[in-house]
Write a protein that binds this ligand. Structure first.
Ligand SMILES: C[S@@+](CC[C@H](N)C(=O)[O-])C[C@H]1O[C@@H](n2cnc3c(N)ncnc32)[C@H](O)[C@@H]1O
Length: 284
């Protein structure tokens, strides 16, 4: 396994994914009852945007670099940018990008349970180190070095009976779409009421189409597609778009996401070649 998220941290796909995950979490946090946040492919939690890895493709400059300093109408973008700004150690300068564990920890309460799963030893060690810093004030938190797909079997259903599972694999394995589809079916059998966010890349060749078809065939319901593409989806080479399949999305999330994505798109895709798609793959 060679994947290093530090090459990609803060890119347009991270902006899209993290804004969406934050929106889901904030809906779940409207009720006082504790929730579980299970992040099956957690990464290292914090990425230095001045590192040689980040500088390799400078992907963050076309992602968070474009969004960080603006003012926004959408409450979802405002909230996301506020979280990223708070994560900076220096006054208002963008130096670091928080991964999903830190973004979630920022909004979760002490009573909520967080489980972060990461398979690569080095990434897992970094995550543990980052979370030990006093500003992250970690309680009720487990970091586990194991396979994220196995972890779904170990931790679901949770005792809280409410919560979000983020499945955000690196898509290095040729059968990752298949693993994702199977993971959703098995998890939904164990915990049908959970909220699930599954991330997938949108690349040329319609690689994602068999995934949509397989999920539809599974018989699961209440599935929302939330996608943002910065180029036409059939552009050869590279990542054209970022997608999240959301099962059991909170009420009216689709409307809020549409509003946020419409404001975000011209910023992330100033060439006007991008598009967004928030629609039901399968309704309730
Ligand atoms: C896309 S990155 C995760 C980014 C993170 N979720 C975020 O949003 O900040 C994917 C991560 O999965 C890890 N990984 C790869 N295979 C895994 C597996 N089978 N189980 C758990 N983690 C895995 C990689 O080391 C990498 O850190």
């Amino acid at each position: 396994m060679n994947y290093r998220h530090s090459f990609h941290a803060g890119n347009f796909a991270d902006v899209h994914k993290h804004l969406t995950v934050l929106a889901v979490l904030e809906y779940l946090l409207l009720k006082p009852k504790p929730i579980l946040f299970l992040d099956t492919h957690a990464g290292r939690g914090e990425y230095d945007l001045r590192s040689t890895d980040a500088a390799r493709g400078n992907e963050w400059q076309e992602g968070i670099g474009r969004v960080f300093s603006g003012n926004y109408k959408s409450p979802l973008i405002q909230r996301y940018v506020e979280v990223i700004r708070k994560a900076q150690q220096g006054a208002g300068i963008l130096h670091t990008y928080p991964g999903s564990p830190l973004i979630a920890s920022h909004v979760l309460r002490d009573s909520d349970r967080k489980i972060f799963v990461e398979m690569q030893a080095e990434e897992c060690l970094s995550l543990r180190k980052t979370l030990r810093q006093p500003q992250h004030h970690q309680v009720n938190t487990t970091v586990s070095q194991e396979d994220g797909y196995q972890a779904l079997k170990a931790y679901l259903p949770p005792k809280e009976r409410r919560g979000l599972v983020l499945i955000d694999p690196p898509f290095e394995a040729p059968n990752e779409f298949k693993l994702l589809d199977q993971a959703l079916s098995h998890s939904a059998e164990r915990w049908p009421d959970g909220v699930y966010c599954l991330w997938y890349p949108i690349k040329s060749g319609g690689l994602v189409n068999p995934f949509y078809a397989a999920v539809k065939r599974s018989g699961l319901r209440n599935l929302l597609l939330a996608e943002l593409s910065v180029r036409p989806n059939d552009t050869p080479l590279g990542l054209n778009g970022s997608g999240l399949l959301i099962m059991n999305p909170p009420w009216q999330l689709d409307t809020r996401l549409r509003e946020a994505y419409n404001e975000l798109l011209p910023i992330l895709a100033p060439n006007r070649q991008g598009h967004t798609r928030v629609e039901w793959l399968v309704g309730e």
